[in-house]
Design a protein around this ligand. Sequence first.
Ligand SMILES: CC(C)(COP(=O)(O)OP(=O)(O)OC[C@H]1O[C@@H](n2cnc3c(N)ncnc32)[C@H](O)[C@@H]1OP(=O)(O)O)[C@@H](O)C(=O)NCCC(=O)NCCS
Length: 187
Amino acid sequence: MDRKGTDWSRKTKYLDQAEGMTLNIPIEDLNQRESSELDGLAARIAAMDPWRRLGYAPERIAVYLRNPEQDARRLAIIVEGVIAGVICLKYPWMRGVCIEMLAVLPSMQGLGLGARALDHVEREYRGRTRNIWLLVSAFNERALGFYQARGFKQIGEIKDFLVEGEDEILMRKVIRPIESHFLGRSE
Ligand SMILES: CC(C)(COP(=O)(O)OP(=O)(O)OC[C@H]1O[C@@H](n2cnc3c(N)ncnc32)[C@H](O)[C@@H]1OP(=O)(O)O)[C@@H](O)C(=O)NCCC(=O)NCCS
């Protein structure tokens, strides 16, 4: 349940639903999935960069996936009944929504799932908030290019953010202009 009272665990959404073309790529709450599947997923994410290079333990990722904080969502991208990727969100976060984790498993990369997941976030939050935020490791050139191609701009570099010697880049996509009557809004 998020702060607006939406019970996401009861909803099935489709990544392309808003365009009126359901491609049968549901996204659903990770808590709907079997515990053993989450452990396997965490191990596969830990074996992928950037998490591998940053030294994340599979157990730590499993705890992260299982225990969302308040105002956070952990969503699975499902292809033919199997988890193909995850997108984890925090909202509200600095007048926007923060993509804390986006991971498409290696065998499913390059098929458009990551792009669809970003489009989904943008559609869902455009009317609610102003920014989409995320951090990307400076060494993760593919992801940097991927986000830039989808309208994200580099805002700044955070030195030694997670690990000594590894920098993170803060990226932002503005999805709604500042409103002149902004003062007094609760967001
Ligand atoms: C980065 C990631 C999320 C992208 O997801 P994906 O499903 O593989 O990407 P898509 O298939 O949706 O690619 C979408 C588009 O990005 C483009 N793209 C990919 N890499 C690119 C790059 N380096 N520069 C420019 N465009 C790029 C693709 O060509 C494609 O363009 P198109 O839609 O015009 O054909 C995925 O590869 C991944 O999980 N990587 C490992 C984990 C990671 O780095 N996550 C991000 C952490 S911040």
